[in-house]
Design a binder for this molecule. Sequence first.
Ligand code: NAD
Length: 426
Amino acid sequence: MGNETPEDKGHAALDSAWETALAQLDEAAELMGLAPGVHEILRAPKRSLSVSVPFRLDDGSTKVCQGYRVHHNVTRGPAKGGIRYHQSVDLDEVKALAMWMTWKSAIAGIPFGGAKGGVAVDPKVLSRGELERMTRRYASEILPLIGPERDIPAPDMNTNEEIMAWIMDTYSINQGYSVPGVVTGKPVAIGGSKGRGGATSRGVMYMIFSTLKALGKGIDEVSVAIQGYGKVGGFAAQLLHDAGCRVVAVSDVEGGLYRERGLDPEAINRHKREAGAVAGFPGAEPISNSDLLEVDCDVLVPAAIEGVITVKNADKVKAEIVCEAANGPVTFEADKILGERGIFVVPDILANAGGVTVSYFEWVQDIQAYFWSEEEVNDRLRQIMERSFHEVYSLASEKELTMRQAAHWIGVGRVAEAHLTRGLFP
Ligand code: NAD
């Protein structure tokens, strides 16, 4: 992959997350006339660490997984980004996710750089003890990179506040004192922020409302389909339902549900707690994950994994608005098809910034050892999400760009400005 541009590759299928991330950056660089030297710096992650993660299984045997932590850019502040546990995690995916974090923090006006981490493992096959031992060993292996002034991990796919607590504890034990600010998304009992758990979903809701308002549409009776019923998608379904939207379809990795009259997320949550998946929920039509993306609805919210909307299905999406709660759910070429079809895409680096925004609030609270009320957290989150939406929407309207191009223009532009202001060492 190296430094090839998409043109060098004859615009071959840009389906991997890293190819998508690079193509988006290259496009933004061209549109905004970015200085070539800065463009080249931004194409490569600052540092990538690959680690071997050996840990003891319950039967006494040893398992070894591959882990990663990538800092894409730290020019505007400490590296920030989640940790993902998934069998498909590899270095390229982590690099892409880290690059998107850089732009996301810059668009939200948060003084962080971009990072991401992950372990190539299916955590569902591990016991709780195995998961803890693996997490503590992975945290030990990435200790040279993390710290409250250097790099602050957070939850992502298949990681949660308990895993953040283990990482915070591992780091603190090594330091000899408690360091709450080394991770965000941790339990409130050890310095977590109120409102962090639902922050990404709440941010997605604010983005959908801002979009509807900008397009002159009301909230009531808007129909929404959500792919991925995890931390982000599940709570987004609840918030949108409570706000008066009709959640017509949801899914998780096992499959999905459709009900034209609307689904009740609380009832689905009860079913999921017992059955372990949304599938089998009574009174709804079963649908596949690919069907969900093509459901007749006003707003489609991909909230699972990358690369689900591709050239193969982009012409079948029926929603008027796609709000990317997941990172990288639409490939570079699929995005062009959605744009040509007049579908309004709220890009990931804008739409799901609620998580990093409240992570920033959590980090600030930890450093000051002074904690805010949930109302304060949610109110400041809303202000940042609405401001970010309007900055991106105004630029998109002024320059006739898509929301993704405008978001990249702002994010890349702020990081480039920081580079040019600091100068090139030595
Ligand atoms: P999660 O692990 O809590 O939930 C993921 C959901 O996606 C689960 O319901 C899972 O069953 C489903 N899923 C997994 N593979 C799937 C597939 N192949 N097809 C359909 N569904 C599938 O993860 P999460 O934290 O909710 O993250 C979801 C997405 O949101 C990811 O792209 C993540 O990077 C992004 N994101 C998360 C946060 C956050 O604060 N957690 C912040 C920003 C962005």
